[in-house]
Design a protein around this ligand. Structure first.
Ligand code: CAA
Length: 691
């Protein structure tokens, strides 16, 4: 099958790439581009060339599915070089997004025109690599080292109008006239001839720029290898000649490509796209119409959810029985809008429009007509049941009844309604307007169209919806219990809270578990544990957190938790009093304290996650190991470049993981470390969780 064809418009050859869904640069596309450039060059009737794409977008990059496999000729850098070497002027006509290798094809072209709605970008950094088809050498020559670094290090797409301003494209066209205008542009270029970026002046060496850039991105790119290599490539662009720069880019590109980081980030890319394909839920599944929405409970979570839904264009009623709480929630929503305007994230008119769709109420009668309710009240089964009974009494037939519970059984909540098929869990993460994850919890009787509608809702809210099964804590919080259990045991056994946090932070977690506990509030988990009837028979289980909560040390909100906080500060400092409290408790419980190194901290916490993840897979609570990875990368700050806990386990090799878990079982007993049967089977058969 041919992915590239040609049309003739007068003396302009229009090369059309047509390789759905996103015209990625597969081997067939690369071959077709070279073939048609060569044909155009040898055709005396042809005076100029346009490269344009069919479908929804210009070339969206190299074909990521080919990564990690033996490369096939022609290689992308050679394709780009061949386009640039063309003796007739070549114009790239961009619509949709010209990303990565796609924009590099445009940089190999001699001129660039883009539709008004189009964007260009070099997002390779998100895949743990760098623009490896000459982008690091061409873009700095075209727009200067500073702006080129900005584009490559952020990986963010740049809209056509902004790209025009910085010279990353030459012209902007009305969307529906792109092809006509590109052909006209090519005609104009016949006299001017090719304009090759490789012949442009290199940017002047600027050591200050590189040093300042390194400092600026240090915190954000912690642990990542490709940003530093991108900077080195741009340094090369300004210090050595073009071909030497290309050779340097190649070497650094291949180093990144072969790294586990890139494998982890590529896994993350596909896992996040896979997640919306729910086994057993066909594309034909109908969805319910959602426009009017109510949020019950005006606490921080409820207000955050309400704001998210307003921002996505819904009509939202925030309901709370308590007038004071409701007023506070209303204020929170307004403050989120004002903050968004102040930071330039939204316009004044967006705010007015959003607040125009916002109502508050204390009466269930006011929400009888909504299409979906999201309950975000206190995490107690009794309270949830009260709310759902009331909702069942007033809501119109077909309305969706969603609960934001983070741990409780959806089936039990549904059991107090006459419509369990309409009940679902929508577990938002705090802060709800920022965190991308939405765990969609299907109860045993939840209807398929309710699940499909929830997935659509997640997309509309700009979130990643992951469908999971019903059990205590679902996927995310159930695994968090294993991770937290180990981090808590480590404290009793003698590791300082700051040592535990530092080890896991340095390993790549967004925050250490003790700092997270203080941020979330130690009272929250304490209350949940008090409601649980299935806790292990182990006095050490979460003992430190419980002890702190019992003393009113709830974390940041009370100025002290595991750490101390100065008035108005979120910076944790170690509290010697806590060290003494933990030591005394260890003595009381007969736990021998000892020196614990960071390797043990990481191994016990991360393997705790993997073991629980394996059980979750075994029980079918998650339908794919990659779904678990998506939950942990987007909801719990698991380092993306490690691909999530299950991918991380696969990358170590399950035989090795199994061996380590058996060693932990031998050392610490079977209560927590009995290897799941799935892990054992896969380890013995050389399999992976991903299989
Ligand atoms: N290679 C292979 N498949 C790709 C792809 C790529 N570069 N980009 C997207 N796809 C696939 C997706 O996996 C998805 O497949 P399924 O339908 O089977 O799940 C399909 O195309 C549609 O993708 P999205 O669901 O993401 O569609 P969207 O409309 O929301 O977004 C997009 C489109 C903006 C192009 C987005 O897909 C995207 O950002 N793609 C990645 C772009 C990228 O990173 N390019 C750089 C590649 S690396 C490179 O080019 C290296 C180099 O210099 C040599």
């Amino acid at each position: 099958m041919s992915f590239v064809s040609v049309e003739r418009h007068g003396d302009v050859a229009v090369i059309v790439v047509d390789s759905p869904p996103v015209n990625a640069l597969s081997q067939g596309v690369r071959e077709g581009l070279v073939k048609h450039i060569e044909l155009a060059e040898s055709d005396d009737e042809c005076k100029a060339v346009v490269i344009i794409c069919a479908g929804r977008t210009f070339i969206a990059g190299a074909d990521i599915k080919e990564f990690g496999k033996p490369p096939l000729e022609p290689y992308l850098p050679d394709v780009v070089a061949r386009i640039e070497a063309c003796e007739k002027p070549v114009v790239a006509a961009i619509h949709g997004t010209a990303l990565g290798g796609g924009y590099e094809v445009a940089l190999g072209s001699h001129y660039r025109i883009a539709a008004e709605s189009a964007a260009i970008g070099l997002p390779e950094v998100h895949l743990g690599i760098l623009p490896g088809a000459s982008g690091t050498q061409r873009l700095p020559r075209l727009i200067g080292a500073g702006p080129a670094l900005e584009i490559m290090l952020s990986g963010k797409p740049v809209k056509a109008s902004a790209a025009l301003k910085i010279g990353a494209i030459d012209r902007v066209s009305a969307d529906d006239e792109l092809k006509t205008n590109a052909i006209a542009f090519a005609e104009e270029c016949i006299d001017t001839g090719p304009r090759r970026i490789r012949d442009m002046d290199a940017p002047a060496p600027d050591p200050d720029l590189f040093q300042a850039t390194r400092e600026k991105i240090a915190a954000k790119t912690r642990g990542l290898m490709s940003p530093e290599r991108i900077i080195r490539c741009v340094e090369l662009a300004s210090t050595v000649d073009f071909d030497e720069g290309l050779a340097g880019e190649r070497e650094l590109f291949l180093e990144c490509m072969a790294s586990p980081q890139s494998a982890g980030l590529r896994h993350a890319f596909f896992a996040e796209r896979q997640v919306s394909k729910v086994p057993g839920l066909g594309k034909e599944t109908e969805t319910r119409e959602l426009q009017k929405l109510a949020v019950i409970g005006a606490g921080t979570m409820g207000a955050g959810i309400a704001y998210s839904c307003l921002a996505a264009g819904f009509e939202v009623t925030l309901l709370d029985n308590h007038a004071e709480g409701l007023a506070r929630g209303e204020q929170t929503v307004k403050e989120l809008y004002v903050g968004g305007v102040k930071r330039g994230k939204i316009s004044e008119s967006d705010m007015q429009n959003g607040l125009g769709r916002f109502q508050i109420s204390q009466s269930y009668d006011d929400i009888a007509n909504v299409d979906i309710v999201i309950e975000a009240v206190f995490e107690s089964m009794a309270v949830k049941k009260e709310v759902f009974t009331a909702l069942d009494g007033v809501l119109k037939p077909g309305a969706i009844l969603a609960t934001n519970t983070s741990t409780l059984s959806i089936d039990e909540i549904a059991s107090c309604t006459s419509r369990p098929q309409d009940v679902i869990g929508l577990h938002f993460f705090s802060p709800a307007h920022i965190m991308r994850l939405l765990e969609i919890v299907r109860g045993s009787r939840t209807a398929d169209d309710v699940i499909a509608t929830s997935l659509k809702l997640a997309k509309r809210l700009g979130k990643i919806g992951v469908v999971v099964g019903n059990c205590f804590g679902f996927v995310g919080n159930r695994m968090l219990y294993s991770y937290g259990r180990e981090s808590q045991l480590l404290l009793l056994e003698g590791a300082a809270p700051e040592a535990v946090d530092k080890a896991l932070f340095n390993w790549g977690m967004a925050m250490g578990p003790n700092a997270v506990g203080d941020l979330a509030g130690l009272d929250v988990g304490f209350k949940v544990r008090q409601e649980r009837t299935d806790l292990p028979d182990d006095p050490r289980f979460y003992r430190v957190a419980d002890m702190l909560a019992e003393q009113g040390r709830f974390g940041q909100k009370t100025g002290k938790g595991t750490y101390l906080y100065e008035e108005g500060s979120r910076k944790p400092t170690a509290d010697p009093e806590v060290a003494v409290m933990i030591r005394d408790e260890a003595i009381r419980l007969g736990v021998q304290q000892r020196d614990i190194d960071s390797q043990e901290i990481i191994e016990r916490c991360v393997y705790g996650l993997i073991v629980e993840g394996a059980r979750i897979l075994e029980e079918g609570i998650a339908s794919r190991s990659s779904d678990i990875d998506v939950v942990w990368m987007n909801g719990y700050g698991f380092p993306r470049y490690r691909g999530g806990p299950m991918h991380y386990a696969d990358s170590i090799g399950l035989a090795k993981v199994y061996e380590s878990v058996c060693a932990l079982e031998k050392r610490f007993g079977s209560m927590y470390w009995e290897p799941p049967a799935l892990l054992k089977t896969l380890a013995e058969s050389g399999g992976r969780f991903a299989d």
